[in-house]
Design a protein around this ligand. Structure first.
Ligand SMILES: NC(=O)c1ccc[n+]([C@@H]2O[C@H](COP(=O)([O-])OP(=O)(O)OC[C@H]3O[C@@H](n4cnc5c(N)ncnc54)[C@H](OP(=O)(O)O)[C@@H]3O)[C@@H](O)[C@H]2O)c1
Length: 252
């Protein structure tokens, strides 16, 4: 397998120590935090960091990203599809556009990013694609007709891609974290939900990133992050576990 000397990846998020030695392209909607992070990472790791502003709920964004990357003369060997949010309640919110944009962000943009960025990886005979899903995609939570189902799609998509692309030297991993300390739960509703849950359910983002990158390196098609969740998920998929879920009614 051909391994490039520097791995470039599309990365947004935290866990800064895991980026050592890899040039980065950061993608998000807010430019200022990305530029601050880019400066920090450049100084800390002596790497090149590009910043591209994009809203992945806009269907034109993946093609624009691909074109921008191409024009800057960059090659992407590792694509990390991480952007995601809890989203609107698809039955409560009357505005279809908002629902449509949410599905675009959570599913279609991921497929589009793979559509654009994987063919050059195939030509080079090397690639890594991490798709951040969730344990919510492995558990049919009562009342979740939005977040969990989008993650279930990503898991199925990753599984299919992973086996199709292995022969080309490309690893695809759906990473399934459980509850993780990030800005994801910053809204009042999700902060209340967070405080109502036991602390032992919560993982540090560093653990999730480290385990995710290790699973990607090993070529695991689907990987549940966190030892607790690796035990809990099979348990909660059992008939008894489904009853526990009914009682908890955890909703993102
Ligand atoms: N935290 C958890 O408990 C948990 C558990 C399981 C799975 N996950 C998954 O982990 C992934 C990362 O979430 P996180 O927990 O790190 O949340 P976060 O702290 O809110 O980070 C989300 C990131 O995605 C970017 N983003 C959001 N919407 C975007 C859009 N429309 N276009 C482009 N970028 C966008 C955000 O930047 P901007 O706001 O600047 O765009 C931010 O960098 C998500 O896919 C989430 O579903 C999280």
């Amino acid at each position: 397998m051909k391994v490039p000397p520097t791995i470039k990846l599309v990365y947004h998020g935290r866990a800064r120590q895991w980026v050592s030695g890899k040039d980065l392209i950061l993608v998000a909607r807010r430019t200022e935090p990305m530029q601050t992070l880019a400066e920090e990472l450049k100084n800390m790791h002596r790497i090149d960091v590009d910043v591209i502003q994009a809203d992945l709920s806009d269907s034109a964004a993946p093609a624009m990203l691909f074109e921008t990357v191409r024009k800057r003369g960059l090659e992407v060997d590792c694509l990390i599809n991480n952007a995601g949010s809890s989203g609107p309640d698809l039955l409560q919110v009357k505005d279809w556009q908002a629902a449509h944009e949410y599905l675009e962000l959570m599913m279609t943009s991921v497929v589009a990013m793979c559509h654009f960025f994987i063919p050059p990886m195939r030509e080079r005979g090397y690639g890594r694609v991490l798709i951040v899903a969730s344990v919510a995609g492995k558990l049919a939570t009562p009342g979740d007709y939005s977040y969990g189902p989008t993650k279930a799609y990503l898991i199925a998509f990753s599984r299919g891609l992973s086996s199709a692309l292995r022969i080309d030297g490309i690893h695809v991993t759906a990473l399934c974290p459980g509850f993780t300390h990030t800005d994801f739960h910053a809204s009042d509703r999700l902060t209340r939900m967070k405080h109502s849950l036991p602390k032992f359910l919560w993982y540090d983002a560093n653990v999730v990133v480290r385990e995710g990158l290790e699973a990607l390196d090993k070529g695991r098609a689907v990987y549940i992050s966190g030892r607790l969740y690796r035990y809990l998920v099979p348990l909660l998929r059992s008939p008894l576990g489904k009853l526990v879920f009914l009682a908890l009614r955890v909703k993102l």
